[in-house]
Design a protein around this ligand. Structure first.
Ligand code: 1GP
Length: 247
């Protein structure tokens, strides 16, 4: 079974899936591996790993060590080209469709595709959309793109529809790591009214209540990053799981 099929099975069975994001630039490798084990035990569905910069040189060894300890899929969420690793199960093959930076739309993908083929990791074609969320986020700055205004769900809908028509398998609605404001529920439900592919929603989700409202607006997969790095974050993972797995 592919990772994509596995994720779709999770959504069908549990209502929605929970994908915590581990950032190798924020926490040291052995701590990330310990965290991955804990997250699996608590019942998350898969792990995302990636960073908007990747200063840490050791993403390969971290993923390799993780895969020796856990069974759930490890999926690369690449912030840059040097985040392709043969040890991962899959990679979100992102095109930053909300922006008009050719490198983020197709240039980086052309450069990464041969390595993905050679490593045999599963690419999951994903339309990546930045939605305005308050102050400038790392992903906006690093990608040199302008996000979609948060009060213009119609623009988000048109982008998502184009992604579906281009054959992408998922849409990622991104507010940005540490966003002041998470993705508005109106945006999620408007997009969901028009497209049939699943929605990943992330950025600025700090509480289970916030995750629950995204799931209610029919987000299929929820991503949290920052919250895990707070001491109480890991304890709350169970609460996140129970609201996200609502079925
Ligand atoms: C996922 O990049 C985000 O899309 C993670 O956001 O760190 O704010 O949870 P947070």
């Amino acid at each position: 079974m592919s990772v994509y099929q596995y994720l779709m099975g999770v959504v069908a069975e549990k209502g929605a899936g929970y994908l915590p994001l581990l950032d190798p630039d924020r926490l040291e490798g052995t701590r990330l591996v310990r965290m991955a084990v804990h997250l699996e035990n608590v019942g998350v569905d898969a792990l995302l790993i990636g960073s908007s910069l990747l200063l840490s040189p050791s993403i390969d060894s971290i993923i390799k060590d993780m895969k020796q300890e856990i069974k759930i899929p490890v999926i690369i969420f690449p912030g840059s080209l040097n985040q392709v690793s043969p040890y991962a199960d899959a990679i979100l093959f992102l095109s930053l469709i909300s922006g008009r930076n050719p490198d983020r739309l197709i240039g980086d993908q052309v450069k990464a595709a041969p390595a993905i083929k050679e490593y045999g990791i599963e690419p999951i074609p994903t339309g990546y959309m930045l939605i305005e969320s308050g102050r400038l986020t790392s992903v906006q700055f690093m990608s040199n793109t302008v996000p979609i205004p948060r009060d213009k769900p119609d623009i988000a809908v048109a982008h998502a529809l184009a992604a579906e028509y281009l054959g992408m398998k998922m849409i990622y609605l991104e507010a940005g790591s540490g966003a002041e404001q998470s993705i508005p529920v109106e945006t999620i439900s408007s997009v969901k009214d028009y497209v049939s592919i699943p929605l990943i929603v992330g950025g600025g989700i700090r509480t289970p209540e916030c995750a629950a409202e995204k799931v209610k607006a029919v987000a299929s997969l929820i991503v949290t990053g920052n919250i895990l790095e707070k001491e109480c974050g890991l304890e709350r993972v169970q609460e996140f799981c129970s609201v996200i797995h609502f079925r």
